[in-house]
Unconditional design. Structure first.
Lengths: 546, 546
């Protein structure tokens, strides 16, 4: 029995295009002699469709799309994920298509409702296994989280005898290192049920999420025998041969796909795909980036060029008297290295004009935070004006470290449509910059940009460390506080400085309002700002107590 | 048996202050001879605490606060809501405090996971009823949603005999008209179980939610015999006397509380409380409002004065050459009527300066949308600069109709901390303005402001109807599309104009990105933008099909 996993880039809400993409893969699969072709979870409508699932007409359009797909793929067997509305309830379902019709429907049993997942909001859990034979192989269907809790699964399948292949359709969003967890989950499932497991994951960017593909096939001993491409569409093939009763042998006819070497390479690929898909799926052809000559905006520009091509990227540098000659020149050098369009729009005159206008209201001062933020807001206004005029999407350049502690100006440097590196800690920003240069075989991002002491350049002689702890310490506190929900006491007990820990925690808590109004960006850590972390703005709790 | 419902304004995360507030109410209750004092759902930590519930130290702090409250309230019996961490799970729980200790804990059985609710994300459902006797009255505990599904409740209590009083602790957020539903729920529950029901609701604003109090006491016949104050703290008292077996008689010793006359009055009160609490709980003493002389900003200013007092409100008018003499003068007149501080900061020179700066980049034009948005962004920058300098919160003035179709400028008129009327349709804006004038007994909001044809005044002779349908039609389409999830076809079948319906649907879908970056505001309709309506930004679905 030849199995194919059709991991593809599904677009949320575009059922016609998704059916078309799957029909195309189906035709390839038929040429390759595939008996069972598997598509990802909710592939028909894309993942996550969120509150589109509350629209009855949307659900009806999905049912129709599934019937269309069945009609277009009459040979062999297809498994595809779709939302099913049935007897007043909605299910996260998998359709079995055979002979041009929907032959069976499996409904997901375990609905994740944590992290970025809200499935309890939309779906009822299913209660019935779906098991069938193809070419002598006994197959059980599962969807995503179903195989992540083996105890539940064992109970669910307790009356089902002789499973030889577990098919799992998934929409598992990326974070760095998660592939190891997925490989373990698939391997453990195979071992537990002594059957082959095939795991078909989605590909593509959807708002803050990136799905990284890397569909997996494991043999009954729990060995991963094949993995599909990372961050790309792919059709992964395996042959599953029944041997003795309840036994199958898995072999892979095609050559192994190359995989990312390390987490930096994965993050890079996720940021590129996330940026490309957000831009293109929203109908933009060009992006604008404010280039300061600093490392954050340089990294974003380099990522944007890899995502969209250099013709699609335009850099704008907006110097004031607080910018050094070096940073201004580095912004130009970077643009030249990347081969992108580049404009210089000085903000000095607009700044002076605002300063005199604001001077008319009592209490205005041309020193201090308000005046610093004003510079960032003038830049934001320039970028957004050009965005409106030219129809280009503004990419913002704030990293996770500064987003966490609010070291940014709302409606200033946070102004834009997509915050490419909002989930990338500053220490990772450096690693990614080095990776990009290494990959290019030259200093695409000028060496000075990487080595210079970071500064927002909003006043004379400013350095980030005037306001912030050293980034390596800051990032350590942030990981503990944000990703692991540790208290001040726990962090201090681990040897971190009490004053720094308390300052960071206060800053993170106090800046929730800024993050709430910031654009989405690519999730690359286990817990990103956004749907992953839902904090109240009005919040008097300080994590100092215990 | 004397019962007291202590509806109070709990602050999220401020366990010490909440315990203090409850101790104060306890002392009043003891003076009034109360035997059973009931506080709302999650009163110890405020509602909704969101991802604070993922912090173990937060849960520990809550357990400690409950013990502190028990120690401070040793006489009689107290019921209070708190999050309980028990055997690796978290529950939405109610503690029974007696003799200075926690005597029993009830765990909520039905966890809402729709609309603004995410309880499935945090809590496990409880499985055990908690029933006890006080002064000869047999009491069963329930929490919020538990009583909204009577079939479930009947099953849950099937082995529990002789309940005479059902205590329900709630945190039920306001929307206009919801009180009728709540009264029905409580009455139906009383009738079904032939017992008295007391329903204790929270009061106060929390981010986008307002809790309106109006705790309810119903007798076993399902008659509502008492209701606590709306949008205010209150201690509602009733005497529950056991008569024959399973029978109680309910009487109310104090005089009836006056209640809002209609939905406009409720909405007004919700907007005032929501604005007051967001401002004060976030530590602000003053607010800034950009006054255009139009009805939206006039309404927001009047609401802000009622929320915070005239000394706390500052109006800034920022005219350009596109503003008429009438609107400029009306902005001043409004400020004078309200007695608030008022500044005029013309934007002409900043606009000219930006225009010449942007002219240096190819493609810039001083006509069209980009130039119109630029004016709004200059105003946003002025307001935010003054906000930073003066430490005042900017209130934005966009209504639900324009927020829905994106008739606003991101980082322009959407720039600010709290969007007071973001859930108020334009047709409701007029009703609220009339209500405020009627309440004041004079035209606090100048008559011209109410009667003038609406315009954004960003170009010569502009009217809202150049870009938008008439507001009465627009609002009808919006209600059908947003609140009822109807398709284009359903709306057209109801007699609405096809061209308008399709234009509105496209505009709503296309502007999700703007709403994602907008500040929170008070929810007053059944479905507000925000946690209530979670739509993808990348979304190719059009609701035109069926």
């Amino acid at each position: 029995m030849r199995l194919g996993l059709g991991q593809f880039n599904s677009v949320v809400g575009d059922m016609a295009a998704n059916v078309e993409a799957m029909s195309r893969i189906y035709r390839q699969a038929m040429e390759k002699g595939i008996d069972l072709l598997v598509f990802p979870e909710l592939a028909v409508c894309g993942y996550p469709p969120e509150d589109l699932l509350h629209k009855r007409h949307f659900l009806a359009a999905n049912e129709k799309a599934v019937r269309d797909l069945a009609a277009k793929c009459p040979q062999k067997t297809i498994i595809v994920g779709f939302p099913q509305h049935y007897h007043s309830n909605t299910y996260n379902a998998a359709a079995v298509l055979q002979g041009g019709k929907v032959e069976a429907v499996y409904r997901k049993g375990l609905l994740p409702n944590y992290g970025i997942f809200d499935e309890g909001r939309y779906f009822r859990p299913g209660a019935e296994p779906v098991v069938f034979d193809i070419e002598g192989v006994r197959i059980a269907l599962t969807i995503c989280a179903d195989i992540w809790t083996l105890e539940w699964m064992a109970e669910f399948f307790k009356n089902t005898i002789g499973i030889q292949l577990i098919v799992n359709i998934s929409a598992s969003p990326f974070h760095a290192g998660k592939i190891e967890t997925r490989r373990e989950v698939v391997a453990d499932c195979a071992k537990r049920f002594k059957s082959a497991v095939c795991y078909c994951n989605l590909v593509g960017g959807q708002d803050e999420l990136v799905f990284d593909g890397r569909s997996i096939i494991a043999d009954p001993a729990g060995k991963v025998v094949a993995m599909a491409k990372a961050f790309e569409e792919d059709l992964l093939i395996a042959d599953i041969e029944p041997k003795s009763k309840n036994k199958v042998v898995v072999s892979v006819p095609e050559k192994e796909r190359s995989q990312p070497d390390d987490m930096t390479e994965e993050m890079y690929a996720a940021l590129v795909l996330g940026t490309r898909d957000y831009t293109i799926k929203n109908g933009f052809k060009r992006v604008l980036i404010g280039l300061s000559g600093g490392i954050d905006s340089s990294l974003v520009a380099a990522l944007a060029v890899d995502a969209l091509g250099k013709e699609a990227v335009c850099g704008i540098t907006m110097p004031s008297r607080f910018n050094s000659a070096e940073t201004i020149s580095d912004a130009g050098k970077l643009a030249e290295n990347l081969g992108i369009e580049f404009y210089t729009v000085p903000i000095g005159e607009a700044l002076d004009e605002f300063n005199s206008t604001l001077g008319k209201v009592g209490g205005w001062s041309s020193e201090g935070l308000a005046y610093e933020n004003l510079q960032a807001r003038i830049r934001g206004t320039i970028l957004m004006s050009l965005s409106n005029q030219l129809g280009a999407l503004v990419l913002t350049t704030g990293n996770k470290s500064e987003t966490a502690v609010g070291y940014s100006t709302l409606y200033g440097d946070t102004a834009g449509g997509f915050a490419v590196i909002k989930d990338v800690y500053k220490t990772q920003v450096y690693r990614l910059a080095e990776y990009i240069n290494q990959r290019a075989g030259k200093d695409l991002i000028p060496r000075d940009v990487i080595t210079r002491i970071p500064s927002a350049e909003l006043r004379e002689h400013q350095k980030d460390t005037d306001s912030l702890p050293d980034y390596d310490i800051l990032d350590e506190v942030l990981k503990g506080y944000i990703e692991l929900d540790k208290s001040a006491k726990e962090l201090i007990d681990e040897g971190l400085d009490e004053k720094i820990v308390k300052w960071v925690i206060r800053a993170v808590d106090r800046n929730e309002y800024k993050r709430r109004q910031s654009p989405p960006g690519v999730k690359i850590t286990p817990k990103a700002f956004g749907k992953d972390r839902r904090m109240p703005i009005v919040n008097k709790y300080t994590s100092f107590g215990q």
